[in-house]
Write a protein that binds this ligand. Sequence first.
Ligand SMILES: Nc1ncnc2c1ncn2[C@@H]1O[C@H](COP(=O)(O)OP(=O)(O)OP(=O)(O)O)[C@@H](O)[C@H]1O
Length: 756
Amino acid sequence: MTAASPATGDRPALSDLRPARVPGLRVSGPTLRGTTLIHFVQSPRGGGLLEVRSKEHFIISRLDGSRSLGEIGEQYAARFGAALGPKQWEQMLGLLYRRGLLATGAADTPDASATAATAAAGTGTLLNGNLLSGNARLVADAPALIERLYRVTAFARRRAVLIPVTGFLALMLGYLAARLGDLTDDATYLIDRPGLLLPVLTLLWVTQGMHELGHGVAGRAAGGHIEEIGLRWHWGTVLMYCRVEGVQFFPRRRAQVALALAGVFVNLLALLPFAIAWALVPSTGPAGRLLGGLVMIGVVWGLANLIPLPPLDGYKALGYALGIDRLATESRRFVRLSLGRAVRRGPGIADYPVRLRFLYGAYAAVFFALPAALGVAAVLASRRYLSDHFGSAAGDVPPAAVAGAFVLWLLGMVGARLRGRRGAKTQSPARPEPRPVAHPSPAEGNRPMPKHQTDSGIPAIEVREIRKEYGGVPAVDGVTLTVARGEFFGLLGPNGAGKTTLVEMICGLRRADSGSVTVLGASPWPRDVALLARIGMQTQSSAFFTRLTALEHLQTVAALYGLGGRTARDALDLVGIPQQARVLVEALSGGQRQRLAIATALIRDPELVFLDEPTAALDPEARRDLWSVLRALKERGHTVVYTTHHMEEAEALCDRVAIMAHGSVIACDTPGNLVRSLDAPTRLYLPAAKLTPEAALRIAGVDRAVVDGSELELQTRTPGPVLVAVGEAVGFDAVRTRTTSLEDAYLALIGMDGAR
Ligand SMILES: Nc1ncnc2c1ncn2[C@@H]1O[C@H](COP(=O)(O)OP(=O)(O)OP(=O)(O)O)[C@@H](O)[C@H]1O
């Protein structure tokens, strides 16, 4: 952006500026989210995926350095029927700048560290999760592997080859459909012979790996970045995966759909030789039956990927083809709003045009009916199979198992709801947990609190696309973030931004509507007692046992957890109030009570600690005193998630902070980077009587001069020379300076987000 030059008095008008977006900025085409058209934007300087609405997209797409803001403003007014005033332009440009979307000269070469971070994105953690559920990286250099495959398959990807091959696969499917009866018999033959079935399933499992590589090659062909190839396991299933980044930015929807369908194409292609062999060998011999069974199970396996339910390929392809983001979530939301309208609650569906009502309504019907139909078909088929082979009593097992599972699920739901209500009423985790926990041995309890290991590869917290609505209104709206082990992570945001709801979902106190949460490698929902024992929480409404001394309170909590007697003393020492051991909790000062609350949260020496505004009601001195306690937590290797409204505190304590507004994380970085990204000027203040704004603007380097009460505020990006010049003019004693703080960055970000 062209800088104004006030010293010479030729500051260009805002409407004459010709800013340009940062080179290499990725901007996606339009996608529907609910009833709103959004675009994804990603800066080449790194950072996450941003979502912008049509109006911002309209401006971003025109910021090419050749058009002036005046021209863009006219086009904007013609398109949206509203003019953009200077204030709105400043806000809009400020927002774009802070998010790294505007060209700024020297900084325009992509940030090396950001590029390295992006390149290393897939090479971070080797292993995530636990035995039941997790994933592991399989290939050290996934992009190189896919690049090789991409080159090797160049011939086969030509239209002249792809079209006839696709036709041939269609013929194969037609032929197989015509002989469905024979194939079903062959599949039954195979299922009855586990010795044959096992190698067949192993072979099909390998084709599923090829399926994933197919996604990778299609992604590479469309310009996507291959992030990672690995193995994912979940409750006994183990499958390969290939993560392709940047699908949103593919220039055509066709390429997105092709990426989603490429895997099934590979599945079918792999079956083609077997299908041909089956057609040629005598179908009644063992070889024919084995081949027929393999082809039948393989086709069902491959085509099952096309079922339009998340997370299957068919679902992704449908979403891409319709240009709708999160089709399942939005359809469920539509149904909730429709039902809400039926009972006269909630905002209803007045905003939905007819086409979207039809689309979301139709998909919701599919979403609910299809699993039910598939479930019924599976039960009927297994019932028939079991009664044919093991008698009619065995045939009753599948329906009975389904009925049992349904009752258990229902009881689980009711239990979770009751627990959730109780949790909401008594959210005071400083209070002893009412349920038994995994107890360490007394010997362990007596040991001084150990330092935590911080070098584990598994992050402390991993949240992906998590959402929670209350009555159709989003409280947390698609938050993705990772907190590393040993990190002091700040959560900032205005009242109602969604911080508490987010923390509650991370701790397993609330269930997320969608998205995934992993805490210390495990899922916090359904509530996991072993995991809860590794988490400590302090809330603002911490409760204590009354009429007990501080030490007795902690000893009582320790005894409830089966911990040894020293633990309470160690916790008191740790928070720096050993002298208050014999003081009644009611007699403690505000700061001492907060320390006791933190000690209670730490009593089990948790790996992860949530602290909710522990310094809220403290005077500045007591607050600073508590900082040393909080710093000690970090030094001991605890991972801390810290909610606060005090920016100076966040700046002093936190390694990184996430700023939330309207349920979303609008910025997440180190306090230093957030402040730098603001690129705000240094301010100098001097008595207004000593210098006029006009005289101040004549000093080289002064960008702005405004009178604020009895003071004159000067803004500059070259504070050294300006300070010297001003000091010489009015005397150094009269001048005070102020540099940008996290608070400035916070206010700018929150202010901008509110202005959207
Ligand atoms: N149990 C609930 N039922 C309905 N709405 C709720 C509930 N809990 C929170 N909300 C709403 O969700 C939104 C986010 O609330 P949340 O408490 O998570 O924000 P917060 O950032 O923690 O705010 P604060 O800084 O004031 O504590 C708010 O609009 C709030 O009114």
